[in-house]
Design a protein around this ligand. Structure first.
Ligand code: FE2
Ligand code: FE2
Length: 191
């Protein structure tokens, strides 16, 4: 099947997400390698696996519509992922958790925005997988925030980088989740 998607923003978002998932997976390899606790290593390796799964799911959607992988994004995010991965060993324990959480916070809405774009084209076939991926990114955000919640550095970083205990880049609340049917209400605020 090869139907074209006449939605440039959606095509770009899919291509970028596909490549950015690789950057995230690379980054978590370094992060898992740099943390000391066995439990943390295991948790971060699981998150890495989640990102590889996301990459596969995004590619499956792209293939359905004949959307090519963008070489430029693949290269760019390969470099970014490698740099972040290496930096985890030198920047201390706080920053890898902080910036991972901040990144995940932004990724949540990418999947709900894809859902909005698909709906604009009358396509609901991917709702479930997009919902699951968005929720998974939220779980990642919550995990990372949990690791640094009590750090004395957090208020300082939160002031500069706008993410932390008070601020998030999405309006998903895991305690009071919308159902799949309601979930298209997420991420409607422009940010
Ligand atoms: Fe992901
Ligand atoms: Fe994630």
């Amino acid at each position: 099947m090869n139907m074209n998607l006449s939605h440039p923003e959606l095509v770009d978002l899919l291509q970028r997400a596909y490549s950015a998932e690789k950057a995230a997976a690379f980054a978590y390899q370094g992060h898992a390698g740099s943390v000391k606790g066995e439990e943390e290593k295991k948790a971060i390796r699981q998150i890495e696996t989640d990102e590889w799964n996301h990459r596969r799911e995004v590619l499956a959607i792209m293939n359905l519509y004949g959307i090519p992988i963008r070489k430029y994004y693949e290269f760019r995010f390969h470099v970014i992922g490698t740099i972040i991965s290496g930096s985890c060993y030198v920047i201390g324990w706080f920053m890898p958790y902080y910036f991972a959480g901040r990144l995940e916070s932004g990724n949540v809405c990418e999947y709900f925005r894809m859902m909005h774009y698909f709906h604009a084209l009358g396509i609901t076939a991917h709702d479930k997988i997009l919902y699951e991926m968005g929720m998974k990114e939220k779980e990642h955000e919550v995990y990372f925030l949990g690791k640094i919640k009590k750090s004395k550095l957090l208020p300082f970083f939160e002031k500069i980088f706008n993410w932390g205990n008070k601020g998030s880049f999405n309006d998903v609340d895991l305690e009071k989740k919308y159902s799949l049917e309601e979930s298209e209400k997420y991420c409607r605020k422009s940010s």
